[in-house]
Write a protein that binds this ligand. Structure first.
Ligand SMILES: [Zn+2]
Length: 284
């Protein structure tokens, strides 16, 4: 591929040129475009799944959501889903996840680990540049419920600071942490969903929305991408809606995701993108 091909993007290509590309070259082109953001800029696009609507959240109205951990969840309609990805950014799998989402014009939420964000700031910036929401998942992914409240809060705060630094102002939606002391994003998910009443109170006082999940793919277990696809589609057909937990750090999830997004499109599911509600720039 030449630089001019990369710069003009797939949309500008005559169909015959695209048809001449080998499958491998075509996949590489899509990957380059998707990960550089050009494809996302073409959204919405006919025949892609798309993002149906945006839901702005704050801790005052929805301090915590997700039926796996809490009695309440998001007010989703039938066949509406929120896609969330934990434990990134991962140098080998996160870009594949981002490419799959860009290809379908889908926006998701990434709960990143602070020390990984510090190690891979470009990936965090790529998430934000593609319009995804970035939530926090602690600094080092410990079981916070087994630490002292002080140590747990320190780990959470260090993660928020690292995520904020990695973002580097790339996401316009983010609150300026240095100016106001507010977190870069106001979404948090406990590692292992291991919360305590005290930590939940602390996070609520910080204005953090705590995310559990309504269903998941169990992608931490060893299975093939096909098995994961079968599991999550079966669970979704039972639940019919919800906040879905994946891990962008898992190769099986990265491999399965394009197939799953096609399934959502073909079965009339709709994507809801959750964003933090902020005073001056409501993402909704
Ligand atoms: Zn995790």
């Amino acid at each position: 591929m030449t630089n001019s091909t990369k710069a003009t993007g797939l949309a500008a290509h005559p169909r015959s040129d695209v048809a001449k590309l080998s499958t491998g070259a075509f996949a590489a082109l899509v990957f380059v475009i998707a990960t550089t953001g050009a494809l996302a800029a073409d959204c919405p696009r006919p025949d892609s799944l798309g993002t149906a609507r945006v839901m702005a959240l704050d801790a005052q109205t929805t301090p915590r959501v997700g039926l796996k951990s809490f009695p309440q969840t998001l007010p989703l309609q039938d066949k509406e889903v929120v896609l969330t990805f934990d434990d990134g950014p991962n140098p080998t799998t996160t870009r594949r996840v981002l490419a799959a989402l860009a290809h379908e014009c889908v926006r998701a939420t990434f709960f990143v680990i602070g020390q990984s964000a510090a190690a891979q700031p470009d990936l965090v910036k790529a998430m934000a540049a593609a319009g995804h929401t970035i939530g926090h998942h602690s600094w080092s992914h410990p079981n916070l419920a087994r630490m002292s409240e002080t140590a747990a809060n320190d780990n959470i705060a260090r993660g928020v600071a690292a995520d904020t630094a990695a973002l580097g102002g790339a996401a316009k939606r983010e609150v300026d942490a240095e100016a106001g002391g507010a977190p870069a994003t106001s979404f948090f998910r406990f590692p292992y969903f291991a919360s305590t009443p005290a930590l939940l109170r602390d996070l609520e006082s910080l204005g953090m929305v705590v995310f559990g999940a309504d269903l998941w793919a169990s992608d931490w277990n060893t299975m093939t991408p096909d098995q994961e696809f079968g599991l999550i589609t079966k669970r979704l057909q039972t639940a019919r809606r919800g906040v879905i937990l994946f891990h962008d750090s898992k190769a099986r999830t990265a491999a399965m995701l394009p197939h799953f997004l096609r399934f959502l499109r073909d079965n009339d599911y709709r994507i809801v993108h959750v964003v933090p509600r902020s005073g001056e720039n409501d993402g909704g």
